[in-house]
Design a protein around this ligand. Sequence first.
Ligand SMILES: Cc1cc2nc3c(=O)[nH]c(=O)nc-3n(C[C@H](O)[C@H](O)[C@H](O)COP(=O)(O)OP(=O)(O)OC[C@H]3O[C@@H](n4cnc5c(N)ncnc54)[C@H](O)[C@@H]3O)c2cc1C
Length: 328
Amino acid sequence: MSENVEQTVIIGSGPAGWTAAIYAARANLKPLVLAGDGLNRDRFPGGQLMYTSEIENYPGFVHGISGQKLMGIFQSQAERFGTRVETAVAAKIDLSQRPFVIHAADELNSREFMVKAHSIIISTGASANYLGLESEKRYENLGVSACAVCDGALPRFRDQPVVVVGGGDTAVEEAMYLTKFASRVYLVHRRDALRASKIMAARAFESPHIELVWNTIVEEVLGNESDGVTGVRVKNVKTAATAEIACRGMFAGIGHTPNTAFLRGQVPMDEKGYITLADPCRSTTDVPGVFAAGDCADPVYRQAITAAGMGCKAAIDAERWLAAEGIH
Ligand SMILES: Cc1cc2nc3c(=O)[nH]c(=O)nc-3n(C[C@H](O)[C@H](O)[C@H](O)COP(=O)(O)OP(=O)(O)OC[C@H]3O[C@@H](n4cnc5c(N)ncnc54)[C@H](O)[C@@H]3O)c2cc1C
């Protein structure tokens, strides 16, 4: 009996994964998507946009669209052309042999299975890091965000004070971007010096719209259901003094964690865990037959549209690679 080997398995079901699936399915590769098992936020089928209520910058939607709706449309389009979907994660993967072996798991339903694949597209995203406060969750989409480029232009933040938490390049970038819209940007950092690169730090110091709040942590996001965020309660870590900063938004600027831990040692990645592409113009990795797309391989842009574009590239690269290998 011949063994069942998938032509292409797509790991992840955000904009990158679904777009790869649309292209791969239309190229007759009959892709299988491991969509995530929903055990936690990083593994939610549909990806990070499932937690975003309003997307105003995805082309084609003049009046914006909710993340859940957008991902539902992506999935339906992928399925229309024959994409198969498993609600499971890639728990372990062996790229040292061909066909590749993926150990998949759906922890919520205590289910495990193994998949063999001639090619793999990795599109597992990079999760935004949050502070981990209970109140932060309560006001998600009501003023708490981790993406200034995505949310900064929303009416809620226009001409209003906002807080950015962090002291690295991400935080300073977020703060600088928000100065276009907010009346004032408080950059709250737990140390007395920024970790950001010199050039970024200089921009923050020079900006008349940014106020640095040193040696300070956010203890609680304040607000109510109708207004959303109205302020944050902060604590000075040196004096233990607490205070409130009135603001309409709090942006966590403390970086991202690529969801690539299960690939460590198998695919080259940078020190943060972003997959490094063999050729930055394409989706190929150093492992022939393994392609990467979306935020897991993109420390720079991390947008739905760029992730979708990378998904398209990965499917085309996989299709051409399979053809060159004579795999049908
Ligand atoms: C608060 C916030 C608001 C945002 N708003 C916008 C916006 O308005 N516009 C915009 O363009 N972008 C926005 N973004 C950015 C956008 O969400 C990301 O750029 C985009 O989702 C990246 O797509 P992706 O497919 O690479 O990864 P993701 O969307 O993160 O999807 C990753 C997928 O991989 C799955 N996965 C993870 N690990 C595994 C595994 N081991 N096995 C199988 N599956 C796995 C997950 O379940 C998920 O399905 C926002 C981000 C945040 C945090």
